[in-house]
Design a protein around this ligand. Structure first.
Ligand code: BES
Ligand code: MN
Ligand code: ZN
Length: 494
């Protein structure tokens, strides 16, 4: 999709998109069309064909004294309830209607609807992301596409503040870059486990390196053996797919690097502690952390952010097998600490702990890991917020604020030492599970034992990385949160 920003709309536009609030409240743009057309819109609204309900839309044709071929009215819901979500929902509803129409071009008269605390740049970035996100399709394995590709190919974002033009254009480019990162993450997540293996993730990283001039290094099993990454390696033992440790670096600045670590379990059967069969297919999404950090580095490179970012991905497949780890096995992690594996289904922390220790060698400014780590996080926060844990409150605040700014929200849970009790082991330095109470917190406590040397945060995306049910598929979260975190760090968030 091509986006342009204009302060006056092209009068002969194929479609003008304007918002109406519930109970006939016209936005300024809709009122202007109404006045120009001799109150044509008010007439339609009076007849009750468009009530302004959130998510609704109505095409109008042949409007008196208007050159545009059509007007699309989109409902914004009640004026007093209008907020960020209603804004992006209206954009998504408009795209849905436009794709079903023959319009090639549309001018969105939605950027000047007042939204408390949000700049025009923010609205542009969010609008671009919402459009791209709603146009995303994953049909790689469908012989017939569900719908023909829409004729819509150009969107004009109409603003009345032409003064900030350069910033608005940057916001547009940021929106496009973040959307590309999110689309990459969605596709990697949606790919089946027999395609998206650890080797496939490594190949994707190498391709990104070529396309965006990044450095890529992939550690093979032998390299990891030499280093002593026995915790990571123990997870891959049951599978025929060799594990990989992928390291991808973007250099855009002179400061200490930020490091993003992403859980890359390309299928999680649970291993010998086998999961129940129902819904097990969804464990192909267990590499969503890896997918999201790849999406984030892609966005950072596209935006040419003035900072350094290294992505580390421990990748493996967790299967049962004759050589697989068993409950009771003890491994020595890269850090030297020993781990009693009481449950082979708590494998995410076993691969992450070695990657987190490995991250020390980059002398990081900050490390953030992203993982579909615990079913307990879905119980705690549902599918709304990503769980945040940190050994540094300032960092946690930055992440929560990136979540708010991106609408890709997160919520902090405590990491108090009291919870460390639950992962004590009688046989090793720690156990890999801490029982049912506070399962997400004890998982984070486990990771915290490997992150003492730097400012660290852990994002549990078990509830947010994908959707189940009829809309089953990867969401691309938290690429947008991570990208907003980077934008803020780079001083480029307008
Ligand atoms: N990948 C799962 C976590 C998960 C489960 C994410 C369901 C999303 C939906 C993780 O590897 C896992 O199996 N965790 C266990 C930990 C337990 C054994 C302590 C869990 O959550 O049940
Ligand atoms: Mn598991
Ligand atoms: Zn898992």
């Amino acid at each position: 999709m091509k986006f342009s920003i204009k302060s006056v709309y092209p009068d002969n536009s194929a479609c003008l998109v304007a918002g109406v609030f519930e109970s006939r409240g016209l936005t300024d743009a809709a009122r202007a069309i109404d006045e120009m057309s001799g109150n044509y819109l008010s007439g339609i609204l009076k007849r009750g064909d468009m009530e302004g309900k959130a998510g609704s839309s109505l095409f109008l044709y042949d409007i008196p004294s208007l050159k545009a071929e059509r007007v699309l009215l989109v409902g914004l819901g009640k004026r007093e309830d209008f907020g960020e979500k209603a804004f992006t929902d209206a954009i998504r509803a408009a795209i849905k209607a436009l794709c079903a129409s023959g319009a090639k071009e549309a001018a969105f008269l939605l950027m000047d609807i007042p939204l408390e605390g949000r700049s025009v740049s923010w609205k542009i970035r969010q609008a671009v992301m919402a459009v791209q996100d709603s146009l995303y399709r994953f049909e790689d394995f469908k012989s017939e596409k569900a719908a023909p590709s829409p004729s819509l190919n150009k969107i004009v974002l109409v603003v009345d503040s032409a003064g900030e033009a350069p910033e608005l254009d940057t916001a547009r480019e940021q929106g496009l870059a973040i959307a590309e990162g999110a689309a990459l993450a969605r596709t990697l997540g949606n790919l089946p486990g027999n395609v998206c293996t650890p080797a496939y993730l490594a190949k994707t990283a190498r391709r990104l390196a070529k396309e965006h001039d990044l450095d890529c290094r992939v550690l093979e099993r032998g390299d990891m053996e030499k280093l002593g990454m026995n915790s990571l390696l123990s997870v891959a033992r049951g599978s025929h797919q060799p594990p990989k440790l992928i390291v991808l670096t973007y250099k855009g600045g002179k400061t200490k690097p930020l490091v993003f670590v992403g859980k890359g379990i390309t299928f999680d059967s649970g291993g010998i502690s086998l999961k129940p069969g129902e819904g097990m297919d969804e464990m192909k999404f267990d590499m969503s952390g890896a997918a999201s950090v790849l999406g984030a580095i892609k966005a950072a490179a596209l935006m040419r952010l003035p900072l350094n970012l290294t992505v580390v991905i421990p990748a493996a497949e967790n299967l049962p097998g004759g050589n697989a780890s068993k409950p009771g096995d003890i491994v020595t992690s890269l850090s030297g600490q020993t781990i009693e594996i009481l449950n082979t289904d708590a494998e995410g922390r076993l691969i992450l702990c070695d990657a987190l220790t490995y991250a020390e060698r980059f002398e990081p400014e900050t490390v953030i890991d992203v993982a579909t780590l615990t079913g307990a996080c879905v119980i705690a926060l549902g599918h709304v917020a990503t769980g945040v844990f940190s050994n540094n409150d300032e960092l946690a605040r930055e992440i929560l604020s990136a979540g708010n700014n991106s609408l890709d929200r997160a919520w902090q849970l405590p990491l108090w030492n009291d919870y460390q009790e639950q992962i004590k082991s009688g046989f090793a330095d720690m156990a890999n599970v801490g029982g049912r109470p506070a399962g997400s917190i004890t998982a984070a406590c486990f990771l915290s034992r490997f992150t003492k040397k730097y400012a660290w945060a852990h994002l549990d995306i078990a509830g947010t990385a994908w959707k189940s049910g009829v809309e089953k598929g990867s969401t691309g979260r938290p690429v947008s949160l991570l990208a907003h975190f980077l934008l803020k760090r780079a001083g480029k968030l307008y």
